[in-house]
Design a protein around this ligand. Sequence first.
Ligand code: FAD
Length: 380
Amino acid sequence: MQLPGLVIGGGIAGLTAAIALHQRGIAATVCEAAPHILPLGAGIWMAPNAMQVFERLGLATKINAGGVPLRAIEITDGCLRPLLRTDQARIRQQFGHGTTAIRRATLQQILLAELDPATVRLGKACTALAPDAAGVTVTFADGTAHRAAFVVGADGIHSPVRGQLFPGVRPNGTGHLVWRGMSAVALAPRFRRAIREAWAGGLRFGFSEIADGVVDWFAAVPGAFGSDRAGLLGRLQAAFAGFAEPVPALLAAADEPAIIRNEVVDFNPLPCWHRGRIGLIGDAAHATTPYLGQGGCQAVEDAYALALCLHRHPADPARAFAELLRLRRAKARHVVRTSRLMGRIGYLSGAAAELRDLAIRATPRWVSERQFRQVYGLNY
Ligand SMILES: Cc1cc2nc3c(=O)[nH]c(=O)nc-3n(C[C@H](O)[C@H](O)[C@H](O)COP(=O)(O)OP(=O)(O)OC[C@H]3O[C@@H](n4cnc5c(N)ncnc54)[C@H](O)[C@@H]3O)c2cc1C
């Protein structure tokens, strides 16, 4: 009997991969280290590329119903005057979907509900992989070992699976921190069903509704702001005091202990994401900084494309992983590099920021539309 596959990690990449594999009749079990599937962070924006994949998996309607399909995304100055606006109706016309903002917990519940509970095993931290000609023996921290036909490392930016395949890859810290929270605030109609990301004074603040009356927000700051939790809310309020409403109101309504801290990290694109029967997807393969809101979307794309490749080469996982790399590497690299650039541009201050704002306002629409086509279009 053909051995099943093992997916290491039950995040967005791992759960989506398991759904896509099962839909193509490929047996696979998800092994997640945590004893519970925990949402990492508050909300997440699922862009049109991920939504098109979810459409193919029959999940887009559920995700749109569980979240908030957006009508606009704007980059603004600190007074919330637009620098760049994307009209989601136009994007929807082109790609069939716009961006949907959703609580991570809701997204994960939707994904989990698609899977037979017997195929998701919690408290299974992978510690070692031993490939041979016929399969891979995977060892877990609980002392058990399982055989698999192939192994998918969907175990995030600090991926132990990647560590075993490509030792020495170290995530790059950018020095920036992102603080994220949710606030119960009724937004004015012009801010509803929209993302605003405001850039001013070397700081950035983004927010969008993720459910009725619930607003997901992030405050991105340079390292000098400090990572200390003591007096955090007061420091955030002082730093963003010059930003227009509703920024101060969102911070005033924040639940300080629930604010999440993320260090902004990525790593240089890898030339290869696989060795034989073991391959990487999602952040494990190509973690990116969050400035394009694409890390999770790229993970969703990998997961789906992987299932297509394994379906094409059921007896040859190495060939399937090689094909996945051919399909996905260029876009994943583009996202990592563009997101880094957006990171640098967004934190400018003083005269450089003034020049930046002028340049963005003067950018013709076709330039940003070309950028969207590169990121939102699917090539499989
Ligand atoms: C501030 C911020 C904002 C972001 N906003 C967005 C956004 O709006 N849109 C977007 O698309 N992306 C966004 N991202 C990126 C997104 O969160 C990630 O790209 C995405 O979560 C990656 O999913 P993943 O499944 O690859 O990895 P993860 O979500 O990290 O999941 C990895 C899983 O593997 C498990 N694991 C680890 N080690 C082992 C082991 N040894 N054995 C078994 N399991 C293991 C972990 O417990 C975890 O559950 C943002 C990121 C940040 C930091």
